[in-house]
Design a protein around this ligand. Structure first.
Ligand code: KG4
Ligand code: ZN
Length: 344
């Protein structure tokens, strides 16, 4: 089959990213300009500032991606871009840029769902991975347990009722004084802490074994902190971080294993920013090894937001015939499996 080289753009939240990906699996370049330093000043992502920073950086990031791949726009077969879900202003920057390049260079335009991108990050380093497989997607905005039935075909088994897993990490980090970005800070602090120091609840939803709820564990941490403060006791950040992380990881692994057992799918993957969590990676790997399931996870750089994952997803969408028109728009609450008008 002829090689397909795709320029992919991602700007849905606080990373401006561009990548050049060949045949969905070979990353020729992957450039990420992070806005963490900017948003740290405010303790979280400020949407308006994120959009402005994307505008400032996007041309430079795309230029660098092409340069590192040692290619030009004339070598591209398509332009892919995340068009949802995410922050509307942030998404619009990438979508407008992708449309402009596709129009100027007469290239097909392929809009990509951000979560589909996260899932497809698993293809990059696992050439043997093919659907069907089960994927736990855990990011700052989403917690989904998904059956990847085929390329571009998904069945959502479970989702969160309230906070996403990453959101819970971020809120608890803020509450215990670790600050933004919370996930990586809890991960680091937890290494020095005792995961059995405090027992936090593991939420189960009656009759919905694959759904999640993280607001309870978050409230339990806040109540614990209040209680300790009222008693005039010092809190141990590391112990709380480790205990909270254990509660969340246990639920994530437990639900995923139940789903694998019930569906009979013996290949399990994880994806999204929280999939870079050391404890989750280890616990899921062990749980899969015990049951002799195959376990897949992207390297941390492909777990958090990046454009290489969008390029991976775009290859399979392109092959399936997905093409978008100049009316492609940002869709902040786009659902997985839902499509904007286009061909395919
Ligand atoms: O996928 P992602 O980069 O952006 C979204 O699509 O939301 O995920 C970001 C989320 C944040 O909530 C961040 O705190 C969390 O992923 N995260 C982590 C870790 N690294 C990032 N959570 C736990 N442990 C980590 N090491
Ligand atoms: Zn993401």
């Amino acid at each position: 089959m002829q090689d397909i080289t795709i320029l992919a753009i991602e700007s849905s939240c606080d990373e401006t990213a561009a990548a050049v990906v060949r045949n969905g699996r070979t990353v020729l370049s992957n450039v990420i300009s992070s806005q963490i330093a900017l948003h740290t000043l405010y303790g979280g992502v400020v949407p308006e500032l994120a959009s402005r920073k994307h505008i400032e950086k996007i041309n430079q990031v795309i230029g660098q991606a092409l340069e590192e791949a040692d290619l030009t726009l004339d070598d591209m077969d398509a332009v892919a871009v995340t068009y949802g879900p995410g922050l509307v202003g942030a998404l619009l920057v990438g979508v407008a840029e992708a449309k402009a390049i596709a129009y100027a260079k007469n290239l097909p335009l392929v809009g990509i769902h951000h979560i589909e991108g996260h899932i497809c990050a698993n293809y990059i380093e696992h050439p043997e991975l093919e659907p069907p497989f089960l994927c736990l997607v855990v990011s700052g905005g989403h917690t989904h347990l998904v059956i990847v039935k085929d390329y571009g075909s998904f069945e959502i088994l479970g989702r969160t009722y309230d906070d996403a897993a990453g959101e819970a990490f971020d809120k608890v980090a803020r509450a215990i004084g670790l600050g933004y970005p919370g996930g990586p800070k809890i991960d680091r602090a937890a290494r020095e802490g005792n995961p059995d120091a405090v027992f936090f609840p593991r939420a189960k939803i009656a009759d919905h074994p694959y759904d999640f709820s993280f607001s309870g564990v978050k409230s339990a941490v806040l109540n614990y902190l209040n209680g300790e403060r009222m008693k005039g006791r010092e809190i141990c950040q590391a112990d709380i971080a480790a205990s909270f992380q254990k509660a969340v990881v246990e639920v994530l692994v437990d639900h995923t294993m139940q789903a694998a057992q019930q569906t009979g799918i013996r290949s399990v993957a994880i994806a999204g920013g929280v999939a870079s969590n050391t404890s989750l990676r280890q616990a899921m790997e062990e749980a899969c090894a015990r049951r002799r399931y195959s376990f897949y996870r992207p390297s941390p750089v492909y777990c958090t937001d990046n454009a290489a994952m969008i390029g991976a997803a775009a290859y399979y969408e392109y092959r399936n015939g997905t093409r978008h028109g100049w009316d492609l728009n940002a869709v902040p609450n786009l659902k997985l499996g839902e499509r904007q008008p286009g061909i395919g």
